[in-house]
Design a protein around this ligand. Structure first.
Ligand SMILES: [Zn+2]
Length: 470
């Protein structure tokens, strides 16, 4: 969303009408000085970081004070970056000052005090630290007036003395307001006022709570000086599954239901929560059912799940991919091993006549980081069940060709599923897929060159989302 107001271009990064309204007010507050302003962008959903561009060679000595006043007058900000040519750009420190008297006395911070944090980081902190969680360290909720399910919290105000509950938090919006003393703001402002600290200290403390403290980078004129934070590789589905199997309890599932909008799906899954609470061996497979369904739905839920996992288990999750899930179930089969290896793609198919199909599968695997390994070689040369179990243990994904209903393939599929290995069933004949496996979304293919090419393409896509691209 963007519009021109009194000759100034206004843009809201998140297309928020309320941002545009505030920027219009800012232009009004600037009065005649707004003639020097080319554009204003509001760069944050709730925190109101602003970027203001001054027209080339339109510098005016009154601009710093006027912009600062305007920023406070419209309700405060988390930093204003002003760009002007001839080295006249400057930053204004975050300010939620509530009175214009404060604004009148306002001084532009000296250069060494400049500290404007990346709006993206501020947003991520707001996402991870619920205002209600933070405030509950100081306040006692009025349970009759509050509606927790709607994120509507009421309590006696921590900023002024009172017996009634006029302090209100709108958790989805991340804002508080006291109807008694008019205190208002977001998580940063709340912490500043509770602890008597300044904005940058509050960012550092909340970043720590959110587990984002090593991502603090400054934003603004000196942005180039700050080295980019290396981002860890995004989690792939198998890593997500391993973490969930290892770490999740019932509450985590209910939380991700809320976060992703998949509550109904999670509650209605016939086995997921039940197998969790009973420690049943099919639990990892049920977790995988859920996350592959989320991935396939392409509704953004898988990304929300990832950031949930990031926020809850960030310090542990890299290590968690090495954990042994349900090792007891594995030991019952007489197979001892250290932990899931996840370093190949296991291919289970009947003997004989499947060489061209295997070639297509191999090519699909070559688009990923992992090589294909065919299991029927093992069956051919020996009947050592341990070899098969070891192969499945090594498999990050198991591809099972159900054509002809080969019983070895079904056996392998059953173990793979119970151990929480993603299974991709493929078949030339839909009738070969048993009814209770149809929810696995098998790939149907024709055994001719065109059909195998389609299979290869479909498999490559699925495999890449499971284990990552090469
Ligand atoms: Zn109050």
């Amino acid at each position: 969303m963007g519009e021109e107001y009194k000759g100034v271009l206004l843009q809201s990064r998140y297309d928020l009408k309320s941002d545009i309204v505030r920027m219009r007010e800012m232009v009004d507050w600037l009065g005649d000085l707004s003639e020097n302003v080319e554009s204003i962008i509001c760069d944050s959903k709730l925190g109101h970081c602003y970027g203001i561009v001054i027209k080339p060679d339109h510098w005016h000595e009154g601009l710093p004070a006027a912009i600062r006043t305007a920023g406070i007058a419209i309700g405060g900000h988390n930093g204003i970056l002003v760009e002007a040519n001839r080295g006249r750009g400057f930053n204004i420190d975050p300010d939620w000052g509530e009175t214009l008297e404060v604004a009148a006395e306002a001084r532009i911070a000296p250069r060494e005090d400049r500290m404007i944090f990346s709006p993206v980081l501020l947003d991520r902190i707001r996402e991870k630290v619920a205002l209600s969680d933070l405030a509950s360290r100081w306040v006692t909720w009025d349970t009759r007036k509050s509606n927790f399910a709607r994120g509507d919290y009421w309590a006696p105000c921590p900023f002024h003395k009172e017996a009634s509950a006029s302090f209100h938090i709108d958790d989805p919006k991340g804002y508080y307001y006291c109807f008694g003393c008019q205190a208002k703001g977001d998580v940063f402002k709340f912490l500043c006022d509770m602890r008597g600290i300044d904005f940058s200290q509050s960012v550092k403390q909340l970043a720590f709570i959110a587990g984002l403290d090593d991502e603090i980078t400054l934003y603004g004129a000196n942005q180039q000086d700050v080295p980019a934070t290396p981002q860890p590789d995004p989690l792939n589905l198998i890593q997500i599954k391993d973490i969930m199997v290892d770490k999740f309890d019932q509450e985590n599932f209910l939380e991700i239901g809320v976060v992703t909008g998949w509550t109904n799906h999670i509650r209605r899954h016939p086995r997921l929560l039940r197998s969790l609470s009973w420690g049943d061996p099919d639990y990892p497979g049920n977790v995988l059912d859920l996350i592959t369904a989320m991935d396939e739905a392409q509704d953004g839920s898988i990304d929300k799940l990832k950031s949930y996992i990031d926020s809850k288990f960030s310090s542990e999750y890299r290590a968690a991919t090495q954990t042994t899930a349900f090792s007891a179930a594995k030991k019952n089969l007489g197979y001892q091993f250290e932990h899931p290896r996840n370093d190949i793609i296991g291919v289970m198919m009947p003997f004989g006549g499947f060489a061209p199909v295997y070639e297509a599968i191999k090519s699909a695997c070559e688009t990923t980081q992992l090589p294909a390994k065919r299991a029927d070689e093992v069956w051919n040369h020996s009947v050592l069940i341990n070899d098969i179990l070891e192969l499945i243990n090594h498999s990050a994904v198991v591809i099972c060709d159900l054509t002809g209903r080969n019983e070895n393939v079904f056996y392998e599929l059953g173990i793979a599923h119970a151990w929480g290995k993603p299974v991709i069933p493929i078949t030339q004949n839909k009738d070969d897929v048993p009814f209770d496996l149809r929810h696995h979304r098998y790939l149907h293919y024709h055994n001719n060159s065109e059909g195998r090419q389609t299979l290869q393409d479909d498999l490559a896509r699925k495999l890449q989302s499971l284990v990552g691209k090469r």
